[in-house]
Design a protein around this ligand. Sequence first.
Ligand SMILES: Cc1cc2nc3c(=O)[nH]c(=O)nc-3n(C[C@H](O)[C@H](O)[C@H](O)COP(=O)(O)O)c2cc1C
Length: 164
Amino acid sequence: MADIPLPQAFPQAMRRLIGHCTVITAGAGDDRSGLVVTSGISLSADPPQVLFCVNRGSSTWPLLARHGCFGWSALAAEHEEVAKRFAGFGGVKGPDRYAEADWITDVTGALLLSDAAMTLDCEVAEMIDRDTHSIVIGRVRAVRLRDDAGALAYWNGQFRSIPA
Ligand SMILES: Cc1cc2nc3c(=O)[nH]c(=O)nc-3n(C[C@H](O)[C@H](O)[C@H](O)COP(=O)(O)O)c2cc1C
């Protein structure tokens, strides 16, 4: 392992972290996109804030700044197909990523997956640029919880459904 150059070792190291798959949604109508992230975590409880990291080349990045809010849908065990669409598998882009799922709104108008394990309706508090990515800090305006949803994780290069 010590002989592996850093550019190859780092992605291999990251594969050993388990991440919860979360869909971030931004924009409205034809002007909407979204992506799946595993970089989403809690930042603080008082005030309620979260953060995730987004590639500045992603179609969602400009929408976050322009619309000023986003939806956070923590995926449930059965949501692998939703995750694949929002990861852009098969070349699915923009509004087409929202197909074959039901969406609701809460306070800000951001779209939230109706049967997510939990949803956070967020305002963009800050976007901090770091090289290829931005750290997006979200101020949570509303929370919805679903009981017995399980979770969709990503670990070692594969989606893993965790039953409730
Ligand atoms: C499991 C998984 C986790 C991901 N996590 C992130 C992430 O934290 N941040 C990010 O910018 N992209 C992440 N991606 C990649 C984006 O989902 C993907 O590049 C994006 O959907 C492409 O959108 P675009 O077509 O708008 O560029 C992840 C992909 C997968 C499969």
